[in-house]
Design a protein around this ligand. Structure first.
Ligand code: LMR
Length: 328
């Protein structure tokens, strides 16, 4: 009799961990540093919603906005340590892992958002998504936010108006050089510290798309925003390579499909979200819009464009050329 029981028990023991594992949903912690009501925040929540609808019991997405789980400074390490499984840092935050991505930071490189969108679809950009795979970071998609504006506690009309002011920047040498080109100082700070730094006077200005300028201000709204559209702030949705490939193929395919849908929605809606944030910020009365004449904008461009040359070797002339071909 025992001869019959023993193989059964062995079989049960062999199968039980598998059964337990299958019952546990895969958890994807998606952390980011901005609010729920931004292009990225909305994208993360839509991803969570579609996963809940289509992969219930198999995958669970937990969204942590506003640096509540990890912030700019520690998020990439947290991804590598598999403490979070999904991030969408701005393209300026990957420099340490893929210097070629600095192409997106070059001032006045892209004529408009449509040009950036075209570049993101090109082979060059698709290759950049894979450029950190050997470091364990797997690029899934580009998510748009929008073109950057300059905000300050005084009106900035000509490049000389920025001289001597300190601007908060993301950790990017290109952005440092961009402000040095107009004799301004650049202070690297995590997004969560911008409001405090503006309030205490550590910085007198910032740059960002409208949704971030509004979101970061808190009680320290900047008095002036100059509509420069001088650069782009978009994101790369990334995951931990090992985590991603450990997901069973069928589930991963479903996730890929969901991500495609979410990416299309984020990228279709980012511009209108920024337009709404622009209107609301200006309607609040605390911020005055500075509109540049074509000559004034050209003066900013002339000062900042030499930055391209300084970073061409690091980025690669081929990548720079590919980016320039998307302007029409
Ligand atoms: C910033 O630090 O200004 C942005 O990268 C924040 C964000 O995620 O949009």
């Amino acid at each position: 009799k025992s001869l019959v029981v023993a193989p059964c028990a062995a079989l049960f023991l062999l199968l039980s961990p598998v059964i337990t594992q299958a019952a546990e949903p895969i958890v994807i912690k998606f952390a980011h540093v901005v609010g729920d009501d931004t292009p990225k925040g909305k994208g993360a929540l839509l991803f969570q919603k579609l996963v809940r609808e289509r992969l219930a019991g198999q995958v669970e997405v937990e969204v942590y906005p506003n640096s509540t789980l990890v912030g700019d400074a520690d998020e990439m390490q947290a991804l590598l340590d598999n403490k979070v499984q999904m991030l969408a840092p701005s393209l300026s935050k990957f420099i340490e892992y893929s210097p070629k991505l600095e192409v997106f930071d070059l001032p006045f490189l892209f004529d408009d958002e449509a040009a950036v969108a075209r570049f993101q679809k090109r082979e060059t950009s698709r290759e950049l998504l894979r450029s950190m795979a050997d470091r364990g970071i797997y690029g899934l998609a580009y998510w748009n936010n929008g073109l950057k504006q300059l905000s300050a506690n005084q009106p900035l009309r000509n490049p000389a108006d920025a001289a001597g002011l300190a601007f908060r920047i993301q950790p990017s040498p290109v952005l440092e050089a961009q402000f040095a080109a107009v004799d301004a100082k650049a202070v690297r700070l995590p997004f969560s510290e911008v409001s405090k730094a503006m309030q205490s006077g550590t910085v007198q200005g910032t740059e960002g798309p409208w949704s971030n300028i509004r979101g970061q201000s808190g009680s320290s709204q900047q008095s002036y925003v100059t509509e420069t559209n001088h650069g782009v702030l978009n994101y790369m949705l990334v995951t931990n390579s090992r985590f991603w490939t450990s997901i069973p193929f069928a589930v991963r395919s479903e996730l890929d499909g969901i991500l495609l849908e979410v990416t299309q929605t984020v990228n279709a809606e980012a511009a209108s979200i920024n337009e709404r944030e622009r209107e609301q910020l200006l309607a609040s009365g605390g911020t005055t819009l500075v509109t540049l004449t074509p000559e004034q904008r050209q003066a900013w461009r002339a000062k900042m464009q030499p930055v391209w040359k300084s970073f061409e070797a690091q980025i690669g002339s081929d990548i720079l050329r590919a980016a320039l071909t998307v302007n029409r």
